[in-house]
Design a binder for this molecule. Structure first.
Ligand code: MLT
Length: 264
């Protein structure tokens, strides 16, 4: 579905009915990274999966996409859909957006799901690398960045077993708008450290991470789990960064179990 909200043409899918769950994809990806979870969870929940500004089928506006802006985009979409309270989930950059959403709109959040992500801001070196990548995609397109990133999404074993999955995600990345990707890179580079926010998270929280994630390693999730009192941490065996697609049954099962335990 398409809608004009917060100054851009947004694409999203909404499946099922019941209590609302919004699942936010990572970088440079789109809403389909949640497809396996949507299939199961939409039997009991209304699952909303947006394409963030500049990603997938959503419009790529010029500028810098701060995590706060992307969270405001999600909030505007929920307003448009008439959603009140919501469980917010995000993978990697989607997790940065989920934490910003909690900071800005915490009153409507009654659960958090943080997948393969972290609370900390970028290091000085990471900021420099992001700017180089942004300039490179604007000059030369997405191929090189997609090649750099694809090897980190899945374990080698998955790459051997499911080459079609790897190629599907590579083309997803290659099809991203360079303008949107550069804007997201610059937005991630300037994001604030959310570590100080964790102690104020009083809603039930599930943290999920692939045991072989090199982009947002297990230690990052362990710090999230220590920071958010009462949170649950699930480490997914045999998975790297893109756990929702690499180990769909395990991730869906963890989310379904979590949602079943939290008050509606
Ligand atoms: C993502 O998967 O969203 C990105 O790798 C996150 C990042 O680059 O920090």
């Amino acid at each position: 579905m398409r809608v004009r909200t917060n100054g851009f043409d947004a694409f999203y899918e909404s499946s099922g009915s019941g209590p609302s769950l919004v699942l936010i994809h990572g970088f440079p990806l789109d809403h389909t990274i949640w497809s396996p979870q949507v299939e199961t969870l939409s039997k009991t929940f209304r699952v909303i999966t947006p394409d963030l500004r500049g990603h997938g089928l959503s419009e790529a506006t010029e500028g810098v996409y701060s995590m706060d802006l992307l969270a405001r985009d999600v909030n505007a979409l929920l307003d448009h859909l008439g959603v009140g309270n919501v469980v917010v989930g995000g993978l990697s950059m989607g997790g940065y957006v989920a934490l910003s959403f909690f900071r800005q709109f915490g009153q409507r959040v009654h659960g958090l799901i943080l997948v393969d992500t972290r609370a900390e801001a970028d290091s000085a070196e990471a900021k420099v690398r992001r700017e180089e990548q942004a300039r490179n995609v604007l000059r030369n397109g997405m191929k090189e960045l997609a090649s750099q990133m694809i090897g980190k999404m899945f374990t080698e074993a998955t790459g051997r077993r499911e080459p079609a999955l790897v190629e599907r995600v590579r083309s997803m990345m290659e099809l991203m708008s360079p303008v949107g990707v550069a804007a997201a890179l610059r937005g991630m580079a300037e994001r604030q450290d959310s570590s100080g926010l964790l102690g104020s998270v009083r809603v039930p929280t599930l943290i999920v991470v692939g045991e072989a994630d090199s982009l947002t390693p297990v230690a990052d999730s362990e710090r999230l789990a220590v920071g958010i009192g009462g949170s649950e941490l699930v480490v997914v065996p045999g998975a790297a960064h893109l756990t929702t697609l690499e180990k769909p049954r395990e991730v869906t099962g963890a989310i379904r179990g979590f949602l079943g335990r939290i008050p509606r």
